[in-house]
Every structure is written in C-alpha cells, then in structure tokens.
Design a protein around this ligand. Structure first.
Ligand code: SF4
Length: 194
C-alpha cells in the first residue's frame, strides 16, 4: 500500500502539468472556497482516504477530535440529503489538509467567480483530463472504492475493513450494505465499465 500511496503525487502532478495552460485563466482567488462550502459529493478513492487519514493522525489531538466531530456531522447531514460545507474547511476558509487534499478538489477551478446562480465553469479538455485522471486513480486503487470523503473515511475507521484493505484483499461483501446506501463505487467495477 505504501508503494501505491507514493504514486498519488505523480498522478496529481501530471494532471496539474497538463491542465496548467487552461488553469491560468481561472478566476479563483484566495479565500473564495465556494467549491468547499457549496460542495456536492467530494468523491475520493480509498487510497486518497488513507493519505488523508494519516494527515489527520498527524494533527494535534484536540484538532483530531474536532475533525472527527465535523466528519460525523457531515455524514449525518449527507445521509439526510442535506448539503454541507466540507468538514476540512477552516473558519479562515483555508483547507486543513491542503497538501493532502483529494483530486476532487485539485480538478476544480472556474473561469468566473462563482455563486449559487453561477456554478463553476471549466474548459472541456480539462474535464476530460480529470475523468482520465480519476480512472488512473481508480486503477491504482484496484482493491478499493470511491465515494464521498466522510463516508470513505468512516469505512477506513472500521478496523475490519481497514485490515482487509491494508492486506490488499478485496471483499466488497464487507461493505455491501453501507456501499449501496451511501453511493460507494467499487473501483474494479468502474474500471470494467467506463
Ligand atoms: S478537502 Fe480542502 S480543498 Fe477539498 S473541499 Fe475540503 S476544504 Fe476544500
């Protein structure tokens, strides 16, 4: 799994390089955080979740507890179908896990300043590039899953699931019920059905 984790930055960097000429037109500015407050599902792979989990464990204990509370709150809101700002968004509108933020956050920018009536607008080639990058991430994480950030972190907090996942084993039956009710995708299935 360490070997796979080491490959994440390379995949993110390749996207950044290829999207750079488009992203220079972005209207995004410091402190905007529209994508983090009005976020739809922030979909991540389990491998990205593992990197974020390690980042959380490096935080001071009181902050870790705060994050856990924010993640539980987010789960409850999302389970009842309500939108919620990202649990990692600080009051200062900075990202608590910026260096480990998932690809869902790296791919987003907008050609105009966004508001409720004007959601983000991206260049079409970058959207295609982002879809290809997601596929690369899912192929890399071929024993894993994809779903909303707090749901994936919840799964990784389950000792039995974590043990299976870290052993490189693939037992979808372990998360079948939760997966169905929380829109969790099996990466292998997504790969087979592009
Ligand atoms: S992880 Fe960070 S960048 Fe991504 S939505 Fe949350 S606060 Fe924003």
């Amino acid at each position: 799994m360490e070997d796979k984790l080491d490959q994440l930055p390379g995949i993110y960097d390749a996207f950044e390089r290829e999207a750079a000429s488009y992203k220079k037109d972005a209207a995004c500015g410091k402190g905007c955080a529209y994508c983090c407050t009005d976020a739809g599902s922030i979909d991540i792979t389990t491998l990205e979740g593992l990197a974020i989990r390690a980042e959380i464990l490096r935080l001071p204990r009181p902050l870790q507890l705060k994050v856990q509370k924010a993640l539980s709150r987010d789960m409850k809101k999302r389970e009842s179908g309500k939108p919620n700002p990202c649990p990692f968004l600080l009051k200062s509108r900075a990202c608590m896990i910026y260096d480990q933020r998932p690809f869902a956050c790296r791919r987003i920018y907008s050609l105009h300043v966004c508001n409720v009536e004007r959601p983000p607008v991206l260049h079409r080639p970058v959207m295609k590039l982002a879809d290809d990058t997601i596929r690369r991430l899912q192929i890399l994480d071929d024993t894993g899953y994809t779903g909303h950030i707090s749901f994936i972190l919840f799964m990784l907090d389950n000792p039995q699931f974590l043990e299976t996942y870290l052993a490189g084993e693939h037992r979808p039956e372990e998360i079948m019920e939760f997966g169905k009710s929380h829109r969790i995708f099996i990466n292998r299935s997504v790969q087979r059905n592009p």
